[in-house]
Design a protein around this ligand. Structure first.
Ligand SMILES: Cc1ncc(COP(=O)(O)O)c(C=O)c1O
Length: 387
């Protein structure tokens, strides 16, 4: 179906941070498949793991124990301090599980008949009916009404707006947010805001749900972006970069959200299959062994610093922001055409929210990759803004 406005290029193979088209032209991949290829392309350890696992067993279903799934669950629990994991295959599925859990919690533990969840302006949580309803984009929602009820929207980062709802609503059971918003324009909130949200959730017995689908798995310099704030959510969702390109999703719970689902309440045929779990375990191993979270911090700073210097005083650059390797360059006008200009120049980038250049490089991005990116893209931005 015509669901994507695709660029006229196809890649035959990749190596590290680079992709190659059929004609041998190489492209610096500063998007990593939208925050998916954590280890870059063709990482030898991941290739070895996937090949080995394919030669053993790919799929058995969740009707049986899956030792690799148990191992991955234990590893994620240890990294996050959370208690339980449900595995699925994508970000929206992980969020769907989180939304169902929050409603279940409302019914079972709080006696709320019609539970509602506070969600944020500019949020993106997926495109299933429930996650689309939690998503803030009217453009994405248009034509798919009736939306799923049970969401209340507040401005991102505005604690007063959440407090006002707390004062008047008895149906709220959870607050759901991205710790850094991706599709919504690489927007950030302060660590203090997250701590305040945690405290308010504790006062009211609400679940704090963090969507780490895009910002998780080491991208911001910690395993999970909420760890910068030193608070723990009740529910966390992961996907995208967790298995560095093999589809996987995960919904983790702790505290009030733990122990809710029983057999029959939720499920997934493919979720947590041996192949995906083996790839995720190797992704976590390599992030640790190659100190890729330190790299994400250092290279992220280098890229933001490089663009700040190269674009200093350029009219039309509103802000350069982000954390680790989640980077946004906001311009004062729609700039979608920069994507094709960059492609022609051998750079893979993205524009989101119409006017934010979004960069999500692999965690293996090197100093020289960062230099190539800044030196290649900054002149294109300058030229675009001077027209
Ligand atoms: C924060 C966030 N949540 C959820 C999703 C949905 O993930 P998926 O496309 O794997 O369903 C995305 C995808 O961009 C995302 O960025």
């Amino acid at each position: 179906m015509n669901t994507y406005a695709r660029l006229p290029v196809a890649f035959s193979h990749g190596q590290g941070a680079w992709l190659f088209d059929g004609a041998g032209k190489r492209y610096l991949d500063a998007l990593s498949g939208i925050a998916v290829s954590t280890l870059g392309h063709n990482h030898p350890q991941l290739v070895e793991t996937i090949s080995r696992q394919a030669g053993r067993v790919l799929h058995t279903s969740n009707l049986y124990r899956i030792p690799l799934q148990e191992e991955l669950a234990a590893r994620l629990a240890a990294l996050s301090g959370m208690d339980e994991v449900f595995f699925c295959n994508s970000g929206l599925e992980a969020n769907e599980a989180a939304i169902k859990l929050a409603r279940f919690y409302g019914h079972k533990k709080k006696g709320v008949e019609l539970p509602s969840i506070i969600v944020m302006e500019h949020a993106f949580h997926g495109r299933s009916l429930a996650t689309l309803s939690a998503t803030a984009s009217r453009k994405a929602q248009a034509g798919f009404e009736p939306l799923v009820p049970g969401f209340v929207r507040v401005p991102y980062g505005n604690m007063d707006a959440v407090r006002q709802i707390a004062a008047r609503s008895r149906d709220v059971v959870a607050v759901m947010l991205e710790v850094l918003q991706g599709e919504g324009g690489v927007n950030t909130v302060s660590d203090e805001y997250l701590r305040d949200l945690r405290a308010l959730c504790d006062v009211h017995g609400w679940l704090l749900i963090v969507d780490e689908v895009q910002c998780g798995t080491g991208r911001t310099g910690k395993w999970f972006a909420w760890q910068h704030a030193g608070v723990r959510p009740d529910i966390m969702t992961l996907a995208k970069g967790l298995a560095s390109g093999v589809p996987i999703g995960a919904c983790l719970t702790s505290g009030l959200a733990a122990g809710l689902f029983q057999p029959g309440n939720h499920g997934s045929t493919f979720g947590g299959n041996p192949l995906a779990c083996a790839a995720a375990l190797t992704t976590l191993d390599v992030i640790t062994e190659e100190k890729l979270m330190d790299n994400a911090v250092r290279i992220g700073e280098a890229i933001r610093g490089g663009f700040r210097k190269a674009l200093e005083g350029v009219a039309g650059v509103t802000e350069i922001r982000g954390r680790g390797l989640m980077i946004g360059i906001e311009l004062d006008r729609p700039c979608g055409e920069l994507v094709t200009r960059a492609l022609d120049a051998g750079l893979l980038i993205n524009v989101t929210s119409d006017n934010v250049v979004r960069l999500l490089p692999a965690l293996i991005f090197s100093d020289s990759d960062a230099k190539t990116l800044v030196e290649g893209l900054a002149p294109l931005i300058r030229e675009f803004l001077s027209q």
